[in-house]
Design a protein around this ligand. Structure first.
Ligand code: PAF
Length: 284
C-alpha cells in the first residue's frame, strides 16, 4: 500500500488559500466531494482525480442541509481518521473536513435552488434535499476554486443537478461523472449499505436486476417507457424485503420523460428498506 503525504484542514479560508497558491504554481486541482465513510466507489473517484489533476482535495462533510430527518443525519457513519487513510491511499493530497459551524456560521442565510431538474424522483421523495446539495456544493466549489470535480454516476440525478449548477452559475469547475462501482452481486456501492442487515443486504441487488430487466427490454426494441417501467416494477415486486419508491425512464439530460425517438435513455430506481433508501440507475 502506498500513501501520498496527506494534509488535513477544517478551515475553509485556509483551504482556499492553499489551493490558490497551488494554482499560481501552475498546478491543477481536482475536488472529490464526499460525506465520508469512504468505500471503493469513492476510491475510484479519487484515483481518477489523482490521474488527471496535480492536487486532489477530498472533502468530508456530512451536510445537515441535505437530510430530511434528524435520525438519518445522526445515523450517518462518521469516521474521519479511517477516511483520511483511505483518501491518502487512493492518491488524495488534501482532506478538507469542515465542521457544520465552519460551513454554516451563525447568520448563514443562503440557499441555492435549481428548478425543474430537481423536482422529480429524489427531489419529490426528499423535499429540500437538492437545495441542501446545491448549497453545499456551491460552497465546496467556492473553496476549491477553478478545477475539476468528480461525482459518481450512482447518484445520477445529483450529477446532472450539479452539472446544471456549474453551467447556470458559470462556476469555473468542470464536473466529471464517473461510473458506478458495484459489488460482485451488482449492488451499487454506497455508504448506506453498511446499515443493511444481512437479509436486507441479500435482497438489495434486486434494484440492479430490475434495471437490467429494463435495459434488456430497451435493447430488444421496446422503448415505450410504460412497458420498461412495468418490467422494472415487476422485478422489484418479486422481492418482499424491498419497497419500491420509484422506477423511471427518462431523458438523461433533462431527466424528464423521453421525447426523442431513438435517443439515449436513463433508467432509475429507488427503493426503501425501513429508513434506508437505495438508489441505482443504468443507461439504456
Ligand atoms: O454525494 C454525496 O456524498 C453528497 O451529496 C455530496 C455531493 C458530497 C454533497 O454533500
Amino acid at each position: 500500500m502506498t500513501t501520498t503525504a496527506l494534509r488535513v484542514t477544517s478551515d475553509p479560508a485556509a483551504m482556499a488559500l492553499e489551493l490558490d497558491a497551488l494554482r499560481r504554481q501552475g498546478r491543477s486541482v481536482g475536488l472529490v466531494p464526499t460525506m465520508g465513510a469512504l468505500h471503493v466507489g469513492h476510491a475510484s473517484l479519487i484515483r481518477r482525480a489523482a490521474a488527471e489533476c496535480d492536487a486532489v482535495v477530498v472533502s468530508v462533510f456530512v451536510n445537515p442541509l441535505q437530510f430530511g430527518s434528524r435520525d438519518d443525519l445522526d445515523a450517518y457513519p462518521r469516521r474521519l481518521a479511517e477516511d483520511a487513510l483511505s483518501a491518502a491511499d487512493a492518491g488524495a493530497t488534501w482532506v478538507f473536513a469542515p465542521t457544520p459551524a465552519e460551513m454554516y456560521p451563525e447568520g448563514f442565510g443562503t440557499t441555492v435552488h435549481i428548478g425543474g431538474i430537481t423536482e422529480r424522483m429524489e427531489g419529490a421523495a426528499r423535499p429540500g434535499h437538492f437545495d441542501g446539495v446545491t448549497t453545499v456544493v456551491t460552497k465546496l466549489f467556492a473553496v476549491a476554486g477553478r478545477g475539476r470535480a468528480y461525482f459518481g454516476e450512482k447518484d445520477f440525478q445529483q450529477l446532472q443537478v450539479v452539472r446544471r449548477l456549474a453551467r447556470d452559475l458559470s462556476l469555473p469547475v468542470e464536473v466529471i461523472g464517473c461510473p458506478t462501482v458495484r459489488a460482485a452481486d451488482g449492488l451499487a456501492l454506497s455508504s448506506r449499505n453498511a446499515r443493511l442487515t444481512p437479509p436486507q443486504r441479500a435482497a438489495a441487488p434486486v434494484l440492479h436486476q430490475a434495471l437490467q430487466a429494463g435495459v434488456a427490454l430497451v435493447r430488444s426494441g421496446v422503448r415505450d417507457p410504460v412497458a420498461v417501467r412495468a418490467a422494472m416494477v415487476r422485478e422489484i415486486a418479486g422481492q418482499p424485503l424491498v419497497v419500491l419508491d420509484y422506477a423511471e425512464v427518462v431523458d438523461p439530460e433533462t431527466l424528464a420523460p423521453p421525447t426523442a425517438s431513438g435517443g439515449p435513455l436513463r433508467l432509475l430506481v429507488a427503493a426503501r428498506r425501513g429508513p434506508i433508501r437505495l438508489i441505482d440507475n443504468l443507461p439504456a
